[in-house]
Design a protein. Structure first.
Length: 109
């Protein structure tokens, strides 16, 4: 799909909400939806920091994924995040990497 079709398509994605109250719940209140999106970015950022990447929200429509050297990728939704991270890094991002898990258990980000 071209970038323009991706921008013009629907803004909602299955990663944007869950059917359980309190866990990224779909809500008609814009403030609550924004807070939920911020929480998803914060959770993903905690993992991505281990790889030297940063994630930020881009106008509540997409995400910006960046390396420490400034390479940046626009990511449509969270399902595309890990492929984009691996593309920017040029290596796999393994959430089961023993060094990563040890760091999480130790409370480090």
């Amino acid at each position: 799909m071209c970038a323009l079709c991706g921008v013009l398509g629907g803004v909602e994605h299955w990663t944007d909400a869950a059917a359980r109250p309190g866990v990224f719940t779909r809500n008609t209140d814009p403030v609550q939806r924004r807070r939920e999106r911020y929480n998803r970015v914060a959770c993903a950022s905690r993992v991505l920091r281990f790889y030297g990447l940063t994630l930020s929200d881009w106008q509540s429509a997409s995400f910006l994924l960046s390396t420490a050297t400034g390479k940046t990728e626009l990511v449509d939704n969270l399902s595309h995040l890990w492929a984009a991270a691996e593309k920017l890094l040029g290596r796999p991002c393994d959430p089961l990497d023993p060094a990563f898990l040890s760091r999480l258990e130790a409370g480090g980000d």
